[in-house]
Write a protein that binds this ligand. Structure first.
Ligand SMILES: [Zn+2]
Length: 51
């Protein structure tokens, strides 16, 4: 994968791709928890539909 270890990355500020707040990761902890919660809910719904 070219460009993954680019020096220019230093210039770029990492922000959450969900809320846009500064974060070291693609998705901040708050949004990660939110997504995880939604995923669990979806799983629940899927199980309900199956049954
Ligand atoms: Zn976020």
């Amino acid at each position: 994968m070219p460009g993954t270890d680019n020096k220019d990355n230093k210039e770029k500020k990492h922000v959450c791709s969900i809320c846009g707040k500064p974060s070291d990761m693609t998705i901040c902890h708050a949004c990660e928890d939110k997504i995880r919660g939604e995923a669990v809910e979806k799983k629940h719904d899927a199980e309900k539909i199956k049954k």
